[in-house]
Design a protein around this ligand. Sequence first.
Ligand code: FEO
Length: 487
Amino acid sequence: MTIHVKNNIHWVGQRDWEVQDFHGTEYKMTKGTSYNSYLLREEKTVLIDTVDHRFSYQFLQNLEMEIDLSDIDFIVVNHAEEDHSGALSALMEKIPGTPIYCTEAAIDSIVGHHHHPEWDFRTVKTGDTIDIGNGKQLIFIEAPMLHWPDSMMTYMTGDAVLFSNDAFGQHYCDEHLFNDEVEQNELMDQCLRYYSNILTPFSSLVTAKINEVLSFNVPVDMIATSHGIVWRDNPTQIVHQYLEWANNYQEDRITIFYDSMSNNTRMMADAIAQGIHDVDPKVAVKVFNVSKHDKNEILANVFRSKGIFVGSSTMNNVMMPKIAGMLEEITGLRFKNKKAAAFGSYGWNGGAVDRIHARLTDAGFETALSLKTKWRPDGKAVRECREHGRQIAKQWALNSETLAEAKPISSPTEIAAPSESEEHPADCQCMICTVCNWVYDPTIGEPNQGVEPGTAWGDVPDYFLCPECNLGKEVFVEHSKDGQEAA
Ligand code: FEO
């Protein structure tokens, strides 16, 4: 199948609906991807990039339905990674003498993967051009470390199409090829996921390369990426978006991620999140358990955040392994201009929290005070976590004038007696949440969580959470017969 892109340009790539993992299992694809290859049929016939090696057979079959392969005058390899150059071996078996235009660094990678040093490589550098007839030229632009040393882009004059390879792409598979044809939020979510998880460490290079391309002052009518859609409607929108992302990007957002052996560190995360919301209701607060949530989604949220909380139970005096893995990834992604704080529950020592704090500091985060809780947080400890969230939220506020006046966090002795209409009978079996005062009445139960009316507190399952503040059974105490809960 081919898709008409513009004038004599056709897409001859491969869609991959099923793929879920990229770079080993480092990048989880939630929307598939595509491997975009382009056929230019001017006076010269040119193929720009191929497809993933797993699709070599289909790629050649499709291409042969379109042209006689021997009509290809030369191939441009913008990037040697297997998802774009993987089908080269199969293609070159059919047209072995065809010139391959690529950067010097690409030769090492292509030969390293395909073991054919005899192929006719033609090295190009930034500014080199090649005439393809009909008054059009290809201009090559090296883009080292975006994201491999060999990466480059190719600009086609006349049609004003930039073949950008990985840059400006996204792992996104849709039957439509152009950006104006697909669901916009879905598209931009995938663009951000791609940038934050792959390109963040190279942000300073992104800025420099874009400014270099802009300095050429050439028109750009389309940006034809090697993954996902082709940008034809307002194509430079993604260029400007990249410039914004590359400039120490952050939103008014705080991400909390943790791992928890016995739910205790999770309780801390809940209370910290509530504390943040108490004083800064405008800030977006996102909470993730690294054992259960998508790692790349968490990293995309870190990318969008002004600050992060990282929590772990202490296990063998170190942090839990998935938290250690996340911190290693965060270190590699080299986030800039972000704040961080560590927290966690422990039993006999709190080594995890100290180690997280040190790793966050080493990774370049401006670290705030850490918080440890011994064993399962009781009502007092939960209040301390909530207060901790409040204090850090104030420190990290982008605009202190918009902070809310938080109500005092109630303690058992501070909870007001219920009004007459709320009085409970002498044989009351109710339980009260020491954090928010929500009352569990066994005669009513909590049907939203599957707790039927008539369920005694002792029979309420351990997974039960206070419907008001989402904390566990641990923070509930008996409602006393005179209306005051027991201390
Ligand atoms: Fe760097 Fe799409 O491969």
